[in-house]
Design a protein around this ligand. Structure first.
Ligand SMILES: Cc1ncc(COP(=O)(O)O)c(C=O)c1O
Length: 623
């Protein structure tokens, strides 16, 4: 049923021999599988390499070269010096052979690729005997050799460190990437994967939040946001573009610097202290997000780039597995393009149907019409909690309850909600919840998908790579459980930590305080804008958060945006990536002023006064 390419991971073209088959392979009884280095080539390249060593002669009889059977060494092409190969093998006397081509082991550590082939130089007597037997009777399979034990192994002299002769063109030396490829063949069999423990590093806790006040007061809160002290066009900046992105408190900026100064490392995969610190910081950010959303376990929290990537993750993974021909996905007219396009693409791929719940003239979802769209074919309802274009707060509890009654899953796009109101995924009982860090005072490039455990467990990965696997062979891949199954590759570690710091900040201020304050500010702003002649507010839902969108009679929205910018006021003019809802109101764009906890009545006054000036300055409107 699934068309996810990752579900086909099990079949790959090139099949590597298991380690214990390698001896048979080099014994010449099998063809080298496609995609693996040819042992003859290995021998040729190694010999070519050593022939370039300063003062080196082709190894004399008895000199040690990589243990590649002669029978597999192919004839070099014309014009290439024939490879120097051992004509007979002698066991090493005391590690390194003396004489022509003798090995200077002093600086061997400088060639990292040689580390991989180092053990092949002095073989334990047991191995040497096996190889000797093989060389004496070519064609016979190499007898099995006991695994090399590190305890019994003789002291390993360091392999040769060639000094590059003058005039030697190092670009002619292959990068030996094939050795990288061959590495797994020489390593131990995979160990059973274990869950990555959350490490405890010895690093002291990062510094506490530096806040200007413990009390909620927008004037003092502003001091925590350095960018708000900027001047634009000679005026103090008035930042009213919060729906596009929010400014960052000093504590988030400091936390990012602290991470890079004291904790930076990749996470999960190393034993060293920095990896422990970075892993602690990253996983503790996940725990903060869990608390922020009231998810029941951090396993339900997946880090992504943002809300857009989060919705795409659900569409590609859950959607491709569970949506079939003639199924239906329900959204509303209010949605951001990020909550339209991925579903449209999925529907077109699966021959499913996208259905859209209408809104009334105030921009409120018409619940009765929404309910009519639900039925046995409904697989998913995907809805914004707050509309980015109008500020409408959707009636989630009723919508989620109705969807569940019809057996549909529900995704909530919380991108515009998280900075204004408490998000409680358990109280909402939604199946997925997504948001972007940058809209909630955290850095860009980090976001979150919440998914109910049992649903995430049933979903295939949507991207493949490192970090999301338990075990990989060429035949198949075993995936990690969520969340790391959905976090392929190196994630945005520092910005996840920054998101944790933003959540700390919000916790400190108190989400309930923020909601209450912004509610009053929105009422104040609505009243102020209504006094501007020729201004029409678009979106007048009874339940609104954070957004004041409007059009001005006879002035293009882009022009309004530009005129406001001249006064240092940042608003957004355009369709705000929500064209359908604009067209529902017969317009293509609006001017949008959007609020956050650091905005004040003075910001609103500055906006209203500037709009008044725009209106009165126009010909025929002057006072
Ligand atoms: C409601 C809504 N959903 C999704 C998005 C997409 O967010 P991002 O661009 O951070 O992925 C936005 C961005 O404005 C939004 O407002």
């Amino acid at each position: 049923m699934s068309t996810n390419p990752l579900s086909e991971f099990g079949s790959v073209a090139a099949v590597a021999p298991a380690t214990d088959q390698w001896a048979t392979l080099i014994g010449g009884t099998q063809q080298v599988p496609a995609g693996l280095p040819d042992p003859a080539m290995l021998a040729r390249m190694a010999n070519e390499f050593f022939s370039t060593v300063s003062g080196a002669q082709p190894p004399a009889a008895g000199a040690l070269v990589p243990a590649i059977p002669m029978s597999l060494v192919s004839v070099p092409p014309a014009g290439v010096a024939p490879p120097a190969v051992p004509v007979a093998w002698q066991p090493p006397a005391t590690g390194v052979q003396a004489g022509a081509g003798a090995i200077d082991s002093t600086s061997a550590h400088e060639l990292s690729f040689l580390q991989e082939i180092r053990p092949r130089y002095p073989e334990p007597e047991e191995t040497a005997a096996a190889l000797r037997a093989f060389l004496e009777s070519p064609g016979e399979p190499v007898p099995a050799v006991a695994e090399r034990s590190t305890q019994q192994a003789p002291a390993v002299p360091t392999p040769p460190m060639p000094t590059v002769p003058g005039g030697f063109d190092s670009s002619a030396v292959p990068a030996f990437s094939f050795l990288e490829e061959a590495r797994p063949l020489f390593s131990l069999s995979p160990v059973a994967p274990v869950p990555v423990p959350v490490t405890t590093s010895s690093q002291p806790e990062p510094p506490p939040l530096k806040l200007s006040s413990d009390l909620f007061d927008a004037q003092t809160i502003r001091r925590d946001f350095p960018l708000l002290r900027e001047q634009v066009n000679g005026r103090p900046l008035v930042w009213l573009d919060n729906a596009a992105t929010t400014q960052k408190p000093q504590s988030v900026i400091d936390r990012l610097s602290y991470f890079y100064e004291h904790e930076n490392s990749n996470v999960h995969r190393a034993a060293h202290e920095m990896a422990a610190r970075a892993t602690d910081a990253y996983e503790s950010a996940r725990e903060k997000v869990r608390r922020f959303l009231n998810a029941s376990t951090p396993r339900e929290i997946i880090f992504v780039r943002g809300a857009t990537e989060g919705i795409n993750l659900v569409a590609q993974s859950w959607g491709r597995r569970y949506v079939e021909k003639d199924d239906e996905i329900v959204i509303t007219w209010l949605e951001h393009h990020a909550n339209i396009v991925p579903w449209q693409a999925l529907c077109s791929e699966k021959q499913a149907r996208l259905r859209v719940a209408p809104v009334d003239d105030r921009g409120q979802v018409i619940l009765e019409e929404y309910e009519k769209l639900l039925g046995p074919k409904t697989r998913l309802v995907s809805i914004a909690q707050v509309s980015n274009a109008l500020g409408t707060v959707t009636p989630l509890p009723a919508m989620i309850e109705a969807a569940h009654r019809h057996g549909a899953k529900v995704l909530v796009d919380g991108a515009q909600a998280v900075s204004h109101m408490r998000a409680d995924v358990q109280a909402l009982d939604c199946d997925f919840y997504v948001f972007s860090g940058h809209k909630v005072f955290a850095p860009t490039g980090i976001g979150v998908v919440y998914g109910k455990s049992e649903i995430l467990d049933s979903m295939p990965p949507w991207q493949g790579g490192g970090n999301m696997i338990q075990d990989v062979t060429f035949e198949r891949t075993l995936y990690n459980p969520p969340p790391s199954r959905f976090e392929a590759g190196t994630g945005n570690i520092a910005d996840a930590v920054g998101l944790g710091a933003a959540i700390d900040y919000l916790d400190h201020v108190g989400m309930a305080n923020i909601s209450r304050y912004e509610h009053e500010l929105l009422a104040y702003g609505t009243a102020a804008l209504e006094r501007v002649p020729g201004l029409r507010i678009i979106g007048t839902a009874a339940e609104k958060a954070g957004v004041l969108s409007f059009v001005l009679d006879g002035v293009r929205t882009e022009e309004v945006g530009d005129l406001l910018n001249r006064e240092g006021i940042a608003v957004r003019a355009g369709h705000h990536c929500a064209q359908p809802i604009h067209r529902r109101f017969g317009i293509e764009s609006t001017v949008r002023a959007s609020l956050a906890l650091y905005n004040t009545c003075s910001d609103i006054d500055a906006l209203a006064a500037a709009l008044l000036r725009i209106q009165t300055a126009r010909p025929g409107r002057g006072v």
